[in-house]
Ligand binder design. Structure first.
Ligand code: ATP
Length: 612
């Protein structure tokens, strides 16, 4: 193993220049396989004790979002100020240069290079000729710790502390290092590295084969902290990952459903009978309890506890276990009638700053549907009826805290009747769940143990899909100069790539279109992002980050789009005819988008429907 970058006398440290090297290489590549190779190279050289920090930095963060720790809290202005202090040029100059070259990171790199050149020629020093990787003094640890202190500086006087720390760090950094530190601070560093690719690289390094990604993935599903998982693999070996269990306070990755719209087929798939529950149209909540302490994690595993003080209280009063992890849906309800209100109403509450008035204006109810862990017992490998029994046992129901409404269905007519009832009551449809011996809680995966049957959004396509923006085209006429159409992609978890499905230009209100420029601007890329596969070249490439719900007339074969290419027909992919934008899905990450496999299944079902 090459330990070149390890520091003499400091075997547990790693030069930051190695990370900068990797970022530079990653910036230039266009294929995911190259990305994997560079990550493998990096992990091989990383000492186990700091691999967690390296993984977080690769994820573009200092710690997992769910920790609810403060963010860096450094806006553009402060970063420019720090960059100018570090380089002794005016803020005005730095700002203009950043505008010209595209970002503050590149601007500070250029200024530092200039200064370095000037001083080396003036003094005639040859030091400049040395490669930074051999001389670089900054370690990953130092960068990470300084940025942590920047984030932790809170309250009065914190702006000055943040400024000093950051300026000091940027001053010490080599030009290229400063570029990536600034980009990290700006939130632009992620470079499209998917978690799946990081996991594959970890599997190659610590288990000797990409095929072992499933072991890493299982552990990550149980504890959504990739840094912690990487460290465990590096320090204790891949075997240790096999024994990872859920832990209160650390979110699990949620179990997800497949979709169907034929009750008969649903029951057949589930083995003849099913627990069928309302599919509430709200926000998924994974609720953790330890004594009087409650955590609420979102579908994307962010810590949203502070947004729902009312739910915290409900959980303290309504969970009889000392320690528990349960799941439910938080739904907005009409305070007068107790009736369910749509998702958009709940999102309105999310946007309000004054939580207490929001709580009064938009009250919520929680409908519980699963128990994952109760008082020392890991329930993930127990069948659904057992988990459900446990959930019942520990739940003290009240008006706004109750079990999801459900029935056990054995006949398609029963399922259909319940579905219609659910839709009429304001739910999105139903969730049908397997009850057999193998009906475990499959954290982090979308499988056939849960099937969603959603109401038709009044179109020929029987369901909406969630696609990721990968590019934008400028509009014409009235919308000239502004984005008018978006290139959308589905996610392929096998290859951890995004494959183009359609261009969507309708369904946007004028207001939606006006906001597009600002929404997309942080994710603009000069060339095709490495994880994107598309034959179409948009006017502007967009890093796959934003997810939108799309509906269309039907699924069609397309020679242009790369989604499911050659699957249904040789030389063709699958696309959507007359796609229309419905809404943004900020609660979904790009990896939560509809998968290529799901689109293929939907296409096959459509063919069957036509044949009938
Ligand atoms: P969608 O976009 O349809 O909400 P999703 O990708 O967020 O789907 P799926 O697993 O496909 O997630 O669908 C199940 C979602 O439905 C859950 O994430 C959860 O938020 C919500 N839900 C509402 N009621 C239930 C229920 N009774 N059981 C499970 N999930 C439910």
């Amino acid at each position: 193993m090459n330990r070149f970058y390890r520091i003499e006398g400091l075997p547990e440290a790693l030069y930051f220049s190695l990370l900068a090297d990797t970022f530079e290489k990653l910036e230039r590549i266009t294929a995911r396989t190259q990305m994997l190779l560079y990550l493998v190279e990096l992990f091989k050289k990383t000492p186990p004790s700091i691999i967690d920090k390296v993984v977080y930095i690769l994820q573009g963060k200092l710690w997992p979002d769910w920790k609810g720790l403060p963010e860096l809290g450094v806006g553009e202005k402060l970063l420019i100020k720090a960059a100018s202090m570090a380089t002794h040029v005016s803020e005005h100059h730095m700002e203009n240069l950043a505008k010209r070259v595209g970002d503050i990171g590149r601007a500070i790199e250029l200024v530092k290079m200039e200064k370095k050149k000037a001083s080396s020629s003036a003094i005639g020093l040859l030091a400049f000729m040395k490669t930074p990787t051999k001389t670089g003094g900054l370690t990953v640890e130092k960068v990470y710790n300084t940025l942590t202190r920047v984030a932790m500086a809170q309250g009065e006087g914190s702006r000055d502390i943040k400024l000093k720390l950051l300026a000091g760090l940027l001053a010490e950094a080599e030009p290229r290092e400063a570029k990536y530190i600034a980009r990290f601070v700006e939130g632009r560093l992620r470079l499209g590295i998917g978690d799946a690719t990081i996991m594959e690289a970890l599997a190659i390094v610590f288990a000797g084969s990409a095929a072992m990604r499933s072991v890493v993935e299982r552990a990550y599903n149980m504890r959504a902290d990739l840094g912690m998982i990487a460290k465990m693999a590096a320090e204790k070996g891949i075997e240790a990952l096999k024994g990872v269990k859920p832990e209160v306070g650390i979110p699990l990755r949620p179990m997800l459903a497949e979709r169907l719209s034929d009750p008969e087929e649903i029951l057949r798939k589930l083995g003849g009978n099913a627990l069928v529950e309302y599919k509430y149209d709200g926000e998924r909540a994974q609720i953790h309890k330890k004594g009087d302490r409650i955590w609420i994690f979102s579908r994307r595993m962010e810590n949203i506890t502070h947004m729902y003080p009312d739910v915290v209280k409900m959980a303290i009063d309504g969970l009889k276990a000392v320690e528990a992890i349960v799941e439910g849906e938080i739904v907005a309800i009409d305070p007068e009638t107790g009736e369910l209100r749509p998702f958009q109403v709940l999102m309105r509450r999310r946007r309000k700053h004054d939580i207490h008035s929001a709580m009064e204006e938009i009250p919520v109810a929680v409908y519980l549907f699963d128990a994952i862990y109760v008082d020392g017992e890991d329930l993930t490998l127990k069948p659904l009826p057992y988990r459900h029994e446990k959930l019942k046992e520990i739940t003290k129901e009240s008006d706004n805290w109750r079990l999801a409404k459900g029935i056990i269905a054995t006949k398609p007519e029963e399922l259909e009747r319940f579905f219609l009832e659910a839709v009429e009551a304001g739910a999105e449809g139903v969730m049908a769940k397997a009850m057999h011996d193998m009906s475990i809680y499959q954290a982090g995966s979308r499988g056939w143990l849960w099937i969603k049957y959603k109401r038709d959004y009044k179109s020929e396509m029987s369901d909406t899909v969630d696609l990721v923006v990968i590019g934008a085209f400028y509009g014409k006429g009235r919308r000239g100069g502004k984005y008018g159409t978006l290139l959308m992609a589905a996610y392929d978890p096998e290859t951890d790539t995004f494959k183009s499905v359609c261009k969507v230009g309708s369904g946007f209100t004028d207001e939606d279109l006006d906001k597009l420029q600002d929404m997309l601007s942080p994710y603009k890329r000069a060339s095709k992002p490495a994880r994107v596969e598309s034959n179409l070249k948009p006017d502007v490439w967009i890093e796959p980050v934003l997810v939108a719900e799309i509906i269309g007339a039907e699924l069609t074969l397309s020679p242009v789009h790369t989604c499911c290419f050659n699957w249904a027909s040789k030389g063709a992919g699958i696309s959507i005819r007359f796609p229309r934008f419905i809404r943004w899905r900020p609660d979904k990450s790009p990896e939560d988008a509809t998968t290529t496999k799901e689109l293929y299944e939907m296409y096959k079902r459509q063919l069957r429907r036509i044949a009938e």
